[in-house]
Design a protein around this ligand. Structure first.
Ligand code: CAA
Length: 225
């Protein structure tokens, strides 16, 4: 997004200033168009304080990418209430919190893009992910509903459903499970984060104003429907 001329506010879980500076130097060295700010997306108050800070400095937010997500995989028989609540709260409540604060000003402005990151496992289900799949499937219904409300105000709302991407979340899976997963991906490899970024760039584009309420699956052919 920075390369597209936007000033980007990336967020991370609450960390000290020193840790945030180290993260910025590691991920975006010498890029003045990106700030990293701390937020707990599962807390409405924390999101509200973040959005106040950002809008005071930069004005109305034009693009919101809801991509915070965690896993707490477990077969359902063993899944604890905390594993359920923490995942739903981070992955799904966050979407309410952030969109609630950003959507109305976008509508008044008459232009906006909201992109919600779902998952292949929202669409196909996954052993050990009743919590994660439920949260990611909730995103799909939320997206279509908000798209209907934003359409007449120039605000598009879409979702992207990545397959297995070579992120820390996926790479921490045991090797035998990773090998099994790759064997089921027709493209023959995990996806790359930049391939998801490329899809988001397409949705954000000025010429994508007729694309709304859609879900784009980017999964190497692992799940076609
Ligand atoms: N399908 C069917 N049965 C399975 C299974 C599967 N995928 N995985 C395990 N089982 C069976 C085992 O064979 C075993 O059966 P028996 O009792 O008859 O021997 C039983 O289930 C074991 O059950 P447990 O509750 O003891 O399972 P576990 O503790 O060994 O492991 C798990 C469960 C942690 C969920 C593990 O299967 C796992 O890590 N699976 C991968 C989950 C996954 O794909 N996560 C994606 C993370 S990345 C992400 O989410 C990003 C994204 O959007 C794609």
């Amino acid at each position: 997004m920075s390369a597209c001329g936007f000033h980007v506010i990336a967020t991370c879980r609450i960390k000290s200033e020193a840790e945030i500076l180290a993260l910025k130097n590691e991920l975006f060295p010498e890029n003045d168009n990106i700030d990293i700010l701390p937020v707990d997306v599962s807390s409405y108050e924390s999101c509200s304080s973040l959005i106040n800070k950002v809008t005071q400095k930069y004005g109305v937010i034009s693009v919101l990418i809801n991509n915070a997500g965690i896993t707490a995989d477990s077969s359902f028989k063993k899944m604890s209430l905390d594993q359920w609540q923490s995942v739903v709260s981070c992955n799904l409540d966050s979407m309410f919190n952030m969109s609630k604060l950003v959507f109305s000003p976008m509508c008044v402005q008459g232009w906006g893009r909201i992109i919600n990151i779902s998952s292949i496992n929202a669409q196909k289900g996954q052993f050990g992910q009743a919590n994660y799949a439920a949260s990611k499937a909730g995103i799909l219904g939320f997206t279509k509903s908000l798209a209907a409300e934003g359409a007449s105000s120039g605000v598009t709302v879409n979702s992207v459903s990545p397959g297995y991407i070579a992120t820390r979340m996926v790479m921490k899976l045991p090797d035998d499970i990773k090998e099994y997963i790759v064997s089921g991906i027709p493209v023959g490899r995990f996806g790359r984060p930049d391939e998801i970024a490329h899809t988001i760039k397409f949705i954000v584009d000025e010429n994508s104003g007729f694309l709304t309420g859609s879900n784009i699956a980017v999964n190497g052919g692992q799940h076609m429907f």
